[in-house]
Design a protein around this ligand. Structure first.
Ligand code: B12
Length: 346
């Protein structure tokens, strides 16, 4: 079965992954029901985990606040690509006679059950020997850091598992603390820890507030915050206070036009999937010098600029796009405000 495992791993790399690892059924024996792959496939024997690293060039554009778009678009493409790899792997294993479950790379946010997915890619990646959960509560890979997107498939193929990394001796998280400092909502509390069992051994990592994180990551706040004596910001247009969980939930449940900056709403007409933060993930590249350079770019490039004229956004876009009064109704802008420059363009 060794050579078959190698064949599957080689194919995963051929399909486009930067790294791949395999874990076996017994490693998940202590997982709670919502995190055990046998919830999805009761007779599974193996999980194949893989990932794609972020691009340094795109991260430089992001952290220097020149443009969010290369990173935004790269991540979007990387996640679609991971889904293609899962699709190809599922079909390959099925053709070999092994029932296999395709899992979407962002499988199910499950906001209404405290963000507990049916399957956790980062725990699966740890079980497959790809890394360790670091200070950020993300999986840190020895070569690529936490700046990776992950995915996995669950299969009845009896593959040979890779050894797991030792959480003490081989921990790739160097505790640099950038993830803690760069978070606009202080979601990572290095004083508090939580634990989980994989392969019969307890692993602990820092506690991370999912709700605060979602509040910052989804851009409700973060436009301006402090790192040391420097003023910095995420790509968010909003600066709502970091308040209690109840308040955060209330804010997140309000209609967008009540809680979001109007310019953000104008921009969202064209770009509904804007990324605002994810800085704990983006800063954590594997090479220490590179990581220092990105962090320094972030603290020295200040706060992102909010354009004060929505037509500036329109001018950057495809002029063939038909702007309908309906689109702008959503943003709260009056179409007549936009008309003059728009008609200049066409
Ligand atoms: C929900 C979710 C979110 C939520 C909540 C975050 C969170 N920490 O859970 C929000 C919206 C806030 C979020 C934000 C972000 N996310 Co997100 N998110 C997810 C999602 C869908 C599930 C997260 C998850 O695994 N939760 C696990 C929960 C259940 O674990 P837990 O509460 O820590 O505790 C449980 C475990 O301990 C478990 N357990 C106990 N014992 C055992 C034993 C075993 C064997 C196992 C398996 C489990 C287990 O049971 C506990 C209770 O249920 C995954 C995709 C996926 N399906 O895997 C991406 C994912 C975790 N996110 C990712 C990223 C990159 C981000 C962001 C950077 C935003 C971005 N995309 O740019 C931020 C960073 C947040 C951070 N520091 O964690 C990546 C992480 C990559 C990495 N290097 O680890 C993932 C894997 C997506 C992907 N496909 O790459 N995210």
């Amino acid at each position: 079965m060794n050579s078959f495992t190698e064949h599957i791993k080689n194919k995963t790399i051929e399909f486009g992954a930067d790294f791949v690892g395999v874990s076996a059924r017994e490693r998940f024996a202590d997982a709670p029901p919502n995190a055990n792959p046998d919830n999805i496939m009761p007779e599974f024997l193996s999980v194949v985990s893989f990932g794609i690293a972020l691009s340094i060039g795109c991260l430089e554009a992001w952290f220097s606040k020149r443009s969010r778009r290369p990173q935004d678009d790269f991540s979007m493409r990387a996640t679609e690509y991971l889904d293609d790899i899962s699709f190809n792997l599922t079909r390959l294993l099925e053709k070999e006679g092994y029932p296999t479950c395709y899992i979407n790379q962002n499988e199910f946010y499950n906001y209404y059950n405290r963000f507990k997915p049916d399957f956790s890619h980062k725990h699966a990646a740890v079980a497959a020997g790809l890394g360790v959960i670091g200070l950020s509560s993300l999986m840190v890979h020895p070569k690529y850091g936490a700046a990776v997107h992950l995915s996995s498939i669950i299969t009845k193929a009896p593959l040979k598992a890779d050894p797991m990394l030792d959480a003490d001796d081989e921990n790739p998280c160097d505790n640099c603390g950038y993830c803690v400092q760069i978070c606009p909502v202080k979601a990572i509390d290095p004083e508090k820890t939580t634990g989980f069992m994989i392969d019969g051994k307890e692993r602990t990592h820092t506690k991370h507030s999912k709700l605060k994180c979602a509040y910052g990551c989804d851009g409700y706040t973060g436009h301006e915050y402090q790192i040391g004596n420097k003023k910095v910001g995420t790509w968010s247009y909003n600066n709502r206070p970091v308040c209690s969980a109840d308040e955060i939930i209330k804010i997140m449940h309000k209609p967008d036009n009540e809680v979001r900056h109007p310019m953000e709403l104008a921009e969202k007409v064209f770009d509904p999937e804007l990324q605002y933060c994810g800085n704990c993930h983006k800063i954590c590249v594997g090479d220490r010098k590179q990581k220092d350079a990105l962090f320094s770019m972030h603290v020295n490039s200040g706060v992102t600029k909010i354009p004060d004229d929505p037509t500036m956004l329109l001018n950057l876009r495809d002029t063939n796009y038909q702007v309908t009064p309906f689109d702008f109704k959503r943003t709260g802008y009056k179409l007549k405000n936009l008309q003059p420059k728009w008609s200049d363009e066409i």
